[in-house]
Design a binder for this molecule. Structure first.
Ligand SMILES: C[S@@+](CC[C@H](N)C(=O)[O-])C[C@H]1O[C@@H](n2cnc3c(N)ncnc32)[C@H](O)[C@@H]1O
Length: 182
C-alpha cells in the first residue's frame, strides 16, 4: 500500500467512527492541504459535499490540485480570512471537523469560543461536531470544547481513540465526537 493510501485508510477509520455517511454535507475547518478533506469526499460520495476552508492560500492550492488529480467534484475549497464567522447558512452542515486547529497557535480563548459557537450555528440538528484537540491541555479541552458544546446543545458521544493522521504521518490520539440535539 502506498503511503497516501495508508494515511487515507487511517482517516477513513476515524471518519467512520464520527459517523460520516453517504450524501452528507461536511465542513473541514482549517483543512490544510486536505488529509481529512479527501477521505471525507470519498465517504460522502457523489451525492454529498465537502467544504474545505482554510486561511493558508498555499495549502488550499495543494488541496485543489489533490482534488483535481483524484477526479473529485464534490469538494468546495473556501478561502478564509482570519475571522471566526463562517460563510455558511444556519443548520446546513451534517458534520463539522475542527481538527488540530483550535489550539493556542491559532486561537485565543475568545476566538476559540466564537468559532465553537459558529460551528454549533451551522450544524443541523442530529449533526455531529468532531474535534481533534491536538496541542491542548485537559483543562482547555474541558473549558473551551466540552463545556461550551454541552451549553450549545451537543451531547458527547464515545470518543475515537486510536491512529490518526497528523502532519502527513500517523500518531495515536483521541478525537472528540458530539451530536447536536434534534
Ligand atoms: C495544523 S493544520 C491542521 C490541518 C488539518 N485540519 C489536519 O488535521 O490535517 C491547521 C490549519 O488550520 C488553518 N487555520 C488556522 N486558523 C484558521 C482560521 N482562522 N481560519 C481558517 N483556517 C485556519 C491553518 O492555516 C492550517 O492549515
Amino acid at each position: 500500500m502506498r503511503d497516501i493510501e495508508r494515511l487515507d485508510a487511517v482517516v477513513e477509520k476515524v471518519l467512520t467512527a464520527v459517523g460520516v455517511c453517504t450524501g452528507e454535507r461536511c465542513l473541514d475547518f482549517g483543512c490544510g492541504h486536505g488529509n481529512y478533506t479527501i477521505p471525507l469526499a470519498h465517504l460522502v460520495g457523489p451525492t454529498g459535499e465537502v467544504l474545505g476552508l482554510d486561511q493558508d492560500a498555499e495549502a488550499l492550492q495543494r488541496l485543489g490540485e489533490r482534488v483535481r488529480r483524484a477526479g473529485i467534484e464534490t469538494v468546495r475549497v473556501l478561502s478564509a480570512s482570519a475571522k471566526t464567522t463562517l460563510p455558511i447558512e444556519d443548520m446546513s452542515i451534517d458534520v463539522v471537523l475542527l481538527y488540530d486547529v483550535l489550539h493556542d497557535h491559532y486561537f485565543s480563548v475568545e476566538r476559540r469560543a466564537a468559532l465553537v459557537e459558529e460551528a454549533a450555528r451551522v450544524t443541523r440538528p442530529g449533526g455531529r461536531l468532531s474535534v481533534f484537540p491536538n496541542h491542548m491541555t485537559g483543562r482547555q479541552i474541558k473549558r473551551d470544547i466540552v463545556a461550551p458544546a454541552g451549553r450549545l446543545g451537543f451531547a458527547a458521544m464515545e470518543a475515537y481513540v486510536g491512529p490518526l493522521v497528523h502532519d502527513d504521518g500517523i500518531i495515536d490520539g483521541r478525537v472528540l465526537i458530539f451530536e447536536k440535539a434534534h
